[in-house]
Design a protein around this ligand. Structure first.
Ligand code: BES
Ligand code: MN
Ligand code: ZN
Length: 501
């Protein structure tokens, strides 16, 4: 797909399709009004006849509109004008892309980017439009022997800005949108790949390929390296697998090495059967998505390196399978983590925290300014927040607030959860420093409490993305979340950094 930015009147665009918005109760957007005037009230007539009511997400394709230079005009319903929000904006973009895709139009010029939105800049609208386009055009068919081909795929999209002096800023926003869109695409591809293809080795090779193409450094620690480091918790999960575990480190240095990095740690369980505490069979296939935290780290580092952002970011990914076997860890086994703390494994299905605690302890060596882990950690998180918000935990209120604001701007919501002392008690063990489970009540909270014991000296946040990283049912597939949130967070940090210099 080719994207470009342009400024000019909608009726004068020589393009296969001009995309303009219509509000409910026959209220035209500014671009639609311009077309209506040029065509002597053509759009107004259509709306009076009731062919387009302007309901959010409705579309109507028009041909041969008088006095316009484009081949077609696509009307997109925006809902009621006073309810028009960032969410409706994204929905309208999605509906428009879907309609264009269905007609097989090769190129289109979007005027939706000129719609007024309270508190949102043109740059935000362009960035979000591009991310939304990537999201809606995404298909995963690499495992189908014959891929569905659309009749004539969309090739060129032009996004309009209201004023000529906004072109340069528009180009920059476009570049960010493309990098984020591609990052989500990578994260989704990795998530959607089955466990027999997307192994720990596959994740490591993906990191190495990124390092070949971009200014990134990849380091892969093997089982023997982990043994030498004494990563007993991570190794205990890998015991039941015939696939070699990997600890993947991907480093981006965009500013002086004096500047402390943002470290992103992603859970990379490429298949979670539960181990000896075997999961029930229903929907177990979805446990191939248990590496979506790792996928988000790889996608985010790709985008950060593509954009050459002026800060330092490091990705750390503990990658392994969790399978039952004669060698596998058993309930009651006690292991010593890299930190020296001992853990009684009461349930081998609580493996995410075991691999993360060693990855977090390891990450302390990078002296992170901020460390954020991303993990499809608990089914309890899905019960608490469903598929809407990721759970946000942090030992630093300012960081929690910063992530909450980035999440809102990125339309990738999070919701704050407590890390109170009272919950820590549930992790007591009679035989080791702690147990790896805290019982059924507040399962997402006690998992976060477990991790908090390994991050006490760092500015740390944990995102439980169990409900948001993929969709089940007819739409089954990885979402790419929380890449949009992470990128927004990092871009804001990068902008601050630029302002400070
Ligand atoms: N990967 C799962 C969490 C999960 C389960 C995410 C279902 C999305 C849907 C994790 O490793 C796990 O199995 N957690 C257990 C923890 C329990 C044993 C304390 C869970 O949530 O059941
Ligand atoms: Mn598990
Ligand atoms: Zn898991």
């Amino acid at each position: 797909m080719e994207f470009s930015i342009k400024s000019g009147s909608p009726e004068k665009q020589r393009t296969a399709c001009v995309v303009v918005g219509i509000f409910e109760s026959r209220k035209l957007s500014i671009a639609a009004e311009q077309i209506d005037r040029a065509s002597n009230g053509y759009l107004g007539d259509i709306m009076r006849r009731g062919d387009m009511d302007g309901k959010l997400g409705r579309t109507l394709l028009l041909h041969n509109v008088p006095n316009t230079l484009g081949d077609r005009i696509l009307l997109v319903g925006l809902g009621r004008e006073r309810d028009f929000s960032t969410k409706s904006y994204r929905k309208a973009i999605g509906a428009a892309i879907q309609a264009l895709h269905d007609t097989g139009t090769a190129d289109a010029t979007f005027y939706l980017t000129e719609l007024p939105l309270k508190k949102q800049s043109t740059a935000w609208k362009i960035e979000q439009a591009v991310i939304g386009m990537f999201e809606n055009l995404y298909r995963f068919d690499e495992c189908k022997s014959t891929a569905e081909k659309s009749r004539r795929a969309l090739k060129r999209i032009t996004l309009s800005v209201p004023r000529r002096n906004e072109l340069e800023m528009g180009e920059a926003a476009l570049k960010r949108g493309i990098a984020i869109g591609r990052a989500c695409q990578l994260a989704r591809d990795l998530g959607n790949r089955p466990g027999n293809i997307c192994t720990p080795t596959h994740l490591a090779e993906t990191a190495q390929n990124l390092a070949r193409m971009l200014p990134l450094k990849a380091t892969i620690l093997e089982r023997t390296d982990m043994e030498a480091l004494k990563m007993g918790a991570l190794l205990s999960v890998a015991r039941g697998s015939r696939q070699d575990p990997k600890l993947i480190i991907l480093e981006y240095q965009g500013s002086s090495s004096q500047n402390k990095p943002i470290v992103l740690v992603g859970k990379g369980v490429t298949f979670d059967s539960g181990g000896i505490s075997l999961k029930p069979g229903e929907a177990m296939d979805e446990m191939k998505f248990d590496m979506c935290g790792a996928a988000a780290v790889l996608g985010t580092l790709q985008a950060v390196a593509e954009l050459e952002l002026p800060l330092n970011v490091i990705g750390v990914i503990p990658a392994t399978e969790n399978l039952p076997d004669g060698q596998a860890s058993k309930p009651g086994d006690i292991v010593t983590s890299l930190s020296g703390k001992t853990i009684e494994i009461l349930n081998t299905d609580a493996e995410g925290r075991l691999i993360l605690c060693d990855a977090l302890s390891y990450s302390a060596r990078f002296m992170p300014d901020t460390i954020i882990d991303l993990a499809t950690l608990t089914g309890a998180c899905v019960i608490a927040l469903g598929h809407v918000a990721s759970a946000l935990y942090s030992n630093n209120d300012a960081l929690s607030k910063e992530l909450g604001q980035a999440a809102e701007a990125a339309l990738d919501p999070v919701w704050p959860m407590p890390l109170w002392e009272e919950y820590q008690e549930q992790l007591k063990s009679n035989f080791a420093d702690m147990a790896n489970i805290g019982g059924r009540p507040a399962g997402s909270v006690t998992a976060a409490c477990f991790l908090s014991r390994f991050t006490e000296e760092m500015n740390w946040a944990h995102l439980d993305i169990a409900g948001t990283a993929w969709k089940s049912g007819a739409q089954k597939g990885a979402t790419g979340r929380p890449v949009p949130l992470l990128m927004e967070f990092i871009l804001r940090r990068a902008a601050e950094h630029r302002d400070a210099h």
